[in-house]
Design a protein around this ligand. Structure first.
Ligand code: NAI
Ligand SMILES: O=C(O)/C=C/C=C(\O)C(=O)O
Length: 497
C-alpha cells in the first residue's frame, strides 16, 4: 500500500487529495498548482499520483467489484445514483464555485449547463439501466425440444475515465454515471487544469452510499504521470476518454496492450451551413453560441461557417455585432458572457492561430488578438472573440482545431458545394444546418459525415441519443443505450430445453 500521507473523509479545497477507497488521500509526488484562468491566482495545490497511487486506486476498484456493489441489483444501484444526483443539486453552489474557479467560465453558463447536467447524467443513466433489455432467440433442435438463448449484460470491471478541462463535471459524470449504473467501478483522472469538482464528488458518493472503491479519483498529468499510469495499468478493463485526437491515439495504443476496449470522443473542426432560406435571427443566435460559448472550448463548437452567398454580407455583419457585444470580465459577475481560455499555454496556442490567420491573408472582421482587461483580470488568459473571412480552405486556420472563440466564414453558391466543404476535414464530430426548407434539412443532414447533425439548433441534447464522432473525431458512441453497450459485456446463455 503506497498511501503514506494522511487520509481523511472530507475534501479540503485548499489542498486537493486523491479519492481512493472512499477516503481522501494525499500521496505520491510533490503537489502541483491549480491556477484560476481569469486571474492567474492560485486555486489550490493538488497531489500528483505516482504509479503506486494509481495502482492503489485500481486495486481498490477491483476489491469494490467483489464487495456489496458487485452483488447489488440494477434498481438498487439506480437508487444510489439518484441520491448522487440529489447530492450534486444540494451542494450546487459548492460545485458551481469550484467549476468557475477552475475553468474561468461565466457563472451564468456553469449554473445553466455544467452543474445541472452533472446531476442529470446520474438520473438519466439510473433510468436507463432499469429498463435495459437484451435479445433472446429460440433455436429449434433435431430432438424437437429446442434451446433458448438469452443475453446477460455484465459489467466490464474497472473503467479508467480520463477527462478534459472544458466541461469538467459534465463530461466526467457523462462517463461515470453509466459506468456505475452498469455495475462497474471507476478510476477517474480529471484534467490537471480542473481537478476540483471530481474531488468534491467523492464526498457526495460517500453521502449517497456508494461503497468505498467504486468511485476513485487520481490527480496528475498525462504522459509519465497519472493519465499514462492509469491507461497502461493492466488492472483496467476499459478506457473512456474525451480530449484531443493526439491524446486519443496515445490512449488507444496503451489500450492495445491487454486488448482493452476504448471509447474515444475526440476533437472537431465543425462546420455550420447557413442557407439563404434560414431564419436569420435564429441562425445568428445559434451560431453565436456555437462559436463563442465557453470561449469556444467545446468540441462540438463551430469553427467553420459556410453561408449562402446572397446572405453572406448580412450574416457576417450581424455575427460581428454579436461578437463585439460579448462582455469579458469577472466570471462570477452574471453580466459576463465571455470568460478566459483555460491556461497560458492554451492562450498561446490560440493566439498563434490568430497570428497565422493574419499571416495567411485573412480579413479580420473583428478581434484577432489577446485581450487585456486590467485590474485583477489583467493576468487572466483572455482573448478577443474573432471572426475571419477570405482564407483558402487549405489554410491551417480553416483545417485545424483551434478550440478558441473564433471562426472563419466563407460563402457558398449551392448545396453540393456547401456539403463538399463541410466534409473536407479529417474530423467528423458535429454540424449545424440552418434552413427553413425541411426537405433540404433532411437531405443535407444525411450527407454530412459527422456523428451529430443539428438542424436549426446547436447543443440541444437528448441524453438518450447516440453521441460521438466519425473519422478522427472518435470511436464509438455514448449516450442512452449506447453507453450501456460500452460499459457492459454481453454474455449469451444457451439453455437446452
Ligand atoms: N473535447 C475536446 O475535443 C478537447 C480538445 N482539447 C484540445 O486539446 C488541446 C490540448 O488540451 P489538453 O488538456 O492538453 O488535452 P489532452 O487531450 O491532452 O488532455 C485531456 C486529458 O488527457 C490526459 N492525458 C494527456 N496525455 C495523456 C496520455 N498520454 N495518456 C493518458 N492521459 C493523457 C490529460 O491529463 C487530461 O486529463 C487543447 O488545446 C484543445 O485544442 C482539449 C480538451 C477537450
Ligand atoms: O455531452 C455533451 O453534451 C457535451 C459534450 C461536449 C464535449 O464532449 C466536449 O466539448 O469535449
Amino acid at each position: 500500500m503506497n498511501i503514506a500521507v494522511s487520509s481523511h473523509s472530507r475534501s479540503s479545497l485548499a489542498q486537493l487529495s486523491h479519492f481512493i477507497d472512499g477516503r481522501f488521500v494525499a500521496a505520491g509526488r510533490p503537489v502541483f498548482e491549480n491556477r484560476n484562468p481569469a486571474t492567474g491566482g492560485l486555486v489550490n495545490l493538488v497531489a500528483e499520483a505516482d504509479a503506486g497511487v494509481v495502482d492503489d486506486a485500481v486495486k481498490a476498484a477491483r476489491r469494490a467489484l467483489k464487495g456489496p456493489w458487485g452483488r447489488m441489483s440494477a434498481p438498487e444501484r439506480a437508487a444510489i445514483l439518484r441520491k448522487v444526483a440529489d447530492g450534486i443539486m444540494r451542494h450546487f453552489d459548492d460545485f458551481l464555485t469550484a467549476e468557475v474557479l477552475d475553468t474561468g467560465k461565466p457563472v451564468g453558463l456553469a449554473s445553466h449547463i455544467d452543474i445541472p447536467r452533472g446531476a442529470a447524467n446520474f438520473n438519466v443513466f439510473a433510468d436507463q439501466v432499469v429498463s435495459l433489455s437484451t435479445e433472446s432467440f429460440h433455436l429449434p433442435t433435431p430432438d424437437g425440444t429446442g434451446a433458448l438463448n438469452y443475453a446477460l449484460r455484465v459489467p466490464r470491471g474497472v473503467i479508467a475515465v480520463v477527462c478534459p478541462w472544458n466541461l469538467p463535471l459534465l463530461l466526467m459524470t457523462w462517463k461515470v454515471a453509466p459506468a456505475l449504473a452498469c455495475g462497474n467501478a471507476v478510476v477517474v483522472k480529471p484534467s490537471e487544469e480542473t481537478p476540483t469538482t471530481a474531488t468534491l464528488l467523492g464526498e457526495i458518493m460517500n453521502e449517497a452510499g456508494v461503497p468505498p472503491g467504486v468511485y476513485n479519483v487520481v490527480h496528475g498529468y498525462g504522459p509519465d504521470s497519472a493519465g499514462e499510469y492509469l491507461t497502461r495499468h493492466p488492472g483496467v478493463d476499459g478506457i473512456t476518454f474525451t480530449g484531443e485526437t493526439r491524446t486519443g491515439t496515445a490512449i488507444m495504443k496503451a489500450a492495445a496492450d491487454g486488448v482493452r476496449p476504448v471509447s474515444l470522443e475526440l476533437g472537431g473542426k465543425n462546420a455550420a451551413l447557413v442557407f439563404a432560406d434560414c431564419d436569420l435571427d435564429k441562425a445568428i443566435e445559434g451560431t453565436m453560441r456555437s462559436v463563442f460559448a465557453n470561449c469556444g472550448q467545446v468540441c462540438l463548437g463551430t469553427e467553420r461557417v459556410y453561408v449562402e452567398r446572397s446572405i453572406f454580407e448580412a450574416f457576417v455583419g450581424r455575427l460581428k455585432s454579436g461578437a463585439e457585444s460579448l462582455r469579458m470580465g469577472d466570471p462570477f459577475d452574471k453580466a459576463t458572457t465571455l470568460g478566459p481560455l483555460i491556461s497560458r499555454e492554451h492562450r498561446d496556442k490560440v493566439t498563434t492561430y490568430y497570428a497565422k490567420a493574419a499571416a495567411e491573408g485573412a480579413t479580420v472582421v473583428t478581434g484577432g488578438g489577446q485581450a487585456r482587461l486590467g485590474g485583477p483580470h489583467d493576468h487572466g488568459f483572455f482573448v478577443q472573440p474573432t471572426i475571419w473571412t477570405g482564407l483558402p480552405e487549405t489554410s491551417a486556420v480553416v483545417r485545424e482545431e483551434i478550440f478558441g472563440p473564433c471562426c472563419h466564414i466563407a460563402p457558398f453558391d449551392d448545396e453540393d458545394a456547401a456539403i463538399e466543404a463541410a466534409n473536407d476535414s479529417p474530423y467528423g464530430l458535429a454540424t449545424s444546418i440552418w434552413t427553413e426548407n425541411l426537405s433540404r434539412a433532411h437531405r443535407v443532414a444525411g450527407r454530412i459525415d459527422v456523428g451529430i447533425a443539428w438542424v436549426n439548433s446547436w447543443f440541444l441534447r437528448d441524453l438518450r441519443t447516440p453521441f460521438g464522432g466519425s473519422k478522427q473525431s472518435g470511436i464509438g458512441r455514448e449516450g442512452g443505450v449506447h453507453s450501456m453497450e460500452f460499459y457492459t459485456e454481453l454474455r449469451n446463455v444457451c439453455v437446452k430445453l
